[in-house]
Structures are given as structure tokens and as C-alpha cells.
Design a protein around this ligand. Structure first.
Ligand code: PLP
Length: 353
């Protein structure tokens, strides 16, 4: 019986050797490797500064704090996302303002954002969903500080420039199934010296004054060694993901299916391959029966968790969006199996109309 999981990390001998070296070196906590990973990613994205932290969520929280977001402030976030940005805003003491997405790429809708901006709006969190860049120029032009959430989009490009280099500050996640992984981990990038100084102050408590709020948000050196080894594979990871996406887009065919749209000035890294169909539920169940694990890409839109309305596009995505397995370790055989089975199921479902 075939079983194809929805996601899988890619780790081989390179990672094992590099992590082992750190584990046996006598220095395993934050040190030289963490600095190397920070340099590597800042250089890749094209920002001056970087700070590694314990998770993407920690990175979001510290990014908010570094922008002086606190009680009484509002932060705009999209509805169609995991609850990490919601909790980061809450933890900073501010109030999330939830806006709708655009169904064409599942990203936050700039015109909805503009309607929600008030004097107390201190920041906008802009995730590049599923690896596809959001309309970042338009959002930066609102004048409200933008926190780019690149947790799903390391290596994606907007107008030939890497995402993470547009916002006032940007954050990344290296959770197990992200574009690259350190198990758990995150990073903050910026060109502003003041922001990075504040983040580095706040991520560590040892031998420092009690004047600013601090905690332990550090990454370990063996995680960073894993991350550095993963960064060497980044281009091949992205190439593989784009190759699979292109095959899916060529071969998946059905009258009841909407495939992802390619956009000429955005280069997606296809963290997820999302299809839209009114038969989402039936397709998901039948695919599971064939050993293919497809998932709703977002567990539940935030406005629905809060039992409020006003996000019709997120509702549509919640009903219709399904994420197919796509990752560098997906073999050709598995890709073809997925294509054949999904096409067959869709044929069945469309004739059942
Ligand atoms: C994964 C993710 C996060 C949170 O990152 P963690 O490392 O899991 O804390 C935040 N935003 C987005 C868009 C994500 O995909």
C-alpha cells in the first residue's frame, strides 16, 4: 500500500556530518554557527542585518516589539493563515485587525488593508502565502511599517528581488516542513541597525541589564549547522519544487479544478501547490483512500475561529482549497501516481454532477 505524506523534510549525509561536528565540538549553544547562518541568509536575501531566533513565531513577536508595538496598538494581519501572527500580536499586547485575502494567490488583499488603516495601526504583517509573493510594493507604499512574513517563501522573488528585502523587517521560519529546516528555528532580517540591536538585546537575558524586557529566544549552534547545510541545497530545493509544480500544472486536468496562477513578476517557490475545487472534501477523502495525503492548507481562517464575518474570499478558500504533496523528496514515481489518481478521482467527481 502506497502512502505519500503531505510534507517531508529533506535531510541527508551532509546535514548529519555537519551537525555531528558541532555536537562533538564542545560548543553547542548559540555561537559561531549561528553567526554564520545569519550572515548566509542576510547575504542571500540582501539585507544588512540578521538575527537567528528559536522559531518563526518568536521572530514575529520580536519584530513587533522592535517596532515598539504594544498595548493600544493595532496590527493588520490576514484571516487566511495559521494562528502564529495572531498570537504574536496578542503577546506583544496589541490587537490584531483581520482582513481578507485575494483568492487569486491567497495573499492579503491590499485594498482591504487600506480600508482598515487607522492612526493606531502600527504595523502590517504580510505573509507570502504558500511561497507566492504578496503585492508587497503596494503594501509598503501605505506608509505603515510592513513585517514581511517569509516563513513559507525563502527564495521567492518579487520583481526579480528576493522577498524579505522589502519590509521594514522580515521574518523566516525553519520549522520541520518549511523551505529549509533547523527542526525549529526562525530569523529576523532588516536593514535598520536599531531594529537588529533591539532584537538581539531581547533574545538573550544573560549578563545584561534589567532595563529592557528580555527572554531566551536563542537558536543553538547545531541547529544553525543544520540550517547552513540546508542553505547549500536551497537552489536545488526550489528548482525541484518548481519542477513538480510545473508538471502538476501541465498534467492535472478537470473542468471542476482551478490550478495556481503563474504571475510574470512573481517567482513562487511553491511551498504548497494549492488547487481549488467545489469538490474539495470528496477529493481529499478519496485521495486519502489512495494513500495520498492532501490537506486544507490553512486549518481554519482566523475570522472563523473568532466567529466573525467579513472575509468572503477566505471563506471560499476554506471551502475549496486543497494542498497536494510537493517537496524535494517526492519521487517521480510518486508525482506520477498523484497526477494519475487525482485526475481519475476528479473525473469520477465531475461526472457525478
Ligand atoms: C510556520 C509559519 C509561522 C510560524 O513559524 P514557527 O517557526 O512555526 O513558529 C508564521 N507564519 C507563517 C506564514 C508560517 O507558515
Amino acid at each position: 500500500m502506497i502512502f505519500i505524506p503531505h510534507s517531508r523534510p529533506f535531510i541527508d549525509e551532509d546535514e548529519l556530518v555537519d551537525v555531528m561536528k558541532v555536537l562533538t565540538s564542545g560548543w553547542i549553544a548559540q555561537g559561531e554557527k549561528v553567526r554564520r547562518l545569519e550572515e548566509t541568509i542576510a547575504k542571500f536575501v540582501g539585507t544588512k542585518y540578521a538575527a537567528a531566533v528559536s522559531s518563526g513565531s518568536a521572530a514575529l513577536y520580536l519584530a513587533l516589539k522592535s517596532l515598539d508595538v504594544g498595548p493600544g496598538d493595532k496590527v493588520i494581519i490576514p484571516s487566511y493563515i495559521c494562528s502564529s501572527p495572531f498570537w504574536a500580536v496578542k503577546l506583544a499586547g496589541a490587537e490584531p485587525r483581520i482582513v481578507d485575502i485575494s483568492l487569486s494567490d491567497f495573499n492579503i488583499d491590499p485594498s482591504e488593508v487600506k480600508k482598515k488603516i487607522r492612526p493606531k495601526t502600527k504595523a502590517i504583517i504580510v505573509p507570502h502565502m504558500f511561497g507566492c509573493p504578496a503585492e508587497i510594493d503596494e503594501l509598503v507604499n501605505t506608509g505603515v511599517p510592513v513585517i514581511e512574513d517569509c516563513a513559507q517563501a525563502l527564495g521567492a522573488e518579487y520583481k526579480d528581488r528576493p522577498v524579505g528585502s522589502f519590509g521594514t523587517v522580515s521574518v523566516f521560519s525553519f520549522y520541520a516542513t518549511k523551505i529549509i529546516t533547523t527542526g525549529e528555528g526562525g530569523m529576523i532580517l532588516t536593514n535598520r541597525e536599531r531594529i537588529i540591536r533591539r532584537v538581539k538585546e531581547m533574545r538573550d537575558y544573560d549578563k545584561k541589564s534589567l532595563k529592557t524586557q528580555r527572554f531566551n529566544f536563542k537558536m543553538t549552534d547545531f541547529q544553525a549547522a543544520l540550517g547552513i547545510a540546508q542553505m547549500r541545497k536551497l537552489q536545488s530545493f526550489i528548482g525541484k519544487r518548481r519542477q513538480i509544480a510545473s508538471l502538476y500544472s501541465q498534467k492535472l486536468q478537470s473542468s471542476i479544478l482551478r490550478l495556481p496562477e503563474e504571475c510574470d513578476y512573481k517567482k513562487s517557490v511553491y511551498y504548497r501547490y494549492i488547487i481549488l475545487t467545489e469538490k474539495r472534501r470528496a477529493l481529499q477523502i478519496k485521495a486519502k483512500g489512495k494513500g495520498i495525503s492532501c490537506e486544507r492548507p490553512v486549518w481554519k481562517p482566523l475570522h472563523r475561529c473568532l466567529k466573525v464575518g467579513g472575509c468572503p474570499q477566505s471563506d471560499l478558500a476554506y471551502d475549496r482549497a486543497l494542498s497536494l504533496p510537493i517537496y524535494p523528496r517526492l519521487s517521480s514515481r510518486e508525482q506520477n501516481y498523484i497526477i494519475n489518481k487525482i485526475n481519475l478521482i476528479l473525473k469520477e467527481l465531475s461526472s457525478a454532477y
